[in-house]
Write a protein that binds this ligand. Structure first.
Ligand code: CMP
Length: 143
């Protein structure tokens, strides 16, 4: 299996609930390597740009308001099969439908406030990683 990168975001609800450490620990224990990470606060424009693909959806305004409501933590993860494996680790978008033991099932309150984001394909992962990080921000070949 190929080594891939995926973009995770610990969303503002994760930060507000003081779950940065807990969620990051679970990600690392599942075998993902953190190769870039930062704490940032999105503006309405940066949140809207990131989720531009959803701009026609009825929840777009709510999504942009929520994602710009506080700090978040974008993280680049590296692992074999990272995109699919990370989505398995976090569970379905709606925590009520997420499998037992997944990060969203354990910690999320609703489909809108669902603790974490994960890229849905390797193509989108490249685009999403580039939205937050320059290639020079990504630390390769560390233990
Ligand atoms: P995420 O994986 O970050 O990608 C798009 C986000 O849109 C998704 O997580 C949800 O947080 C949000 N979303 C999807 N469906 C709804 C919905 N019905 N109502 C509110 N937010 C939604």
């Amino acid at each position: 299996m190929a080594v891939e990168r995926t973009l995770a975001i610990l969303k503002p609800d994760c930060v507000r609930k003081n779950l940065i450490g807990e969620v990051t620990r679970r990600i690392q224990e599942a075998g993902f390597k953190i190769v870039a990470m930062k704490l940032t606060r999105l503006t309405q424009d940066t949140a809207g740009g990131f989720y531009a693909v959803h701009r026609e959806r009825p929840f777009f305004g709510e999504l942009v308001d929520f994602m710009s409501s506080g700090a978040c933590v974008p993280i680049v993860l590296e692992k074999e099969n990272a995109v699919a494996d990370y989505r398995t680790l976090i569970g379905a978008t709606n925590p009520a439908q997420a499998a037992e033991g997944t990060i969203r099932r354990l910690f999320a309150d609703s489909v809108g406030e669902n603790i974490v984001h994960g890229s849905d394909s390797t193509e989108n992962a490249k685009i999403e990683i580039a939205y937050f990080f320059a290639e020079s921000d990504i630390v390769a070949n560390i233990a």
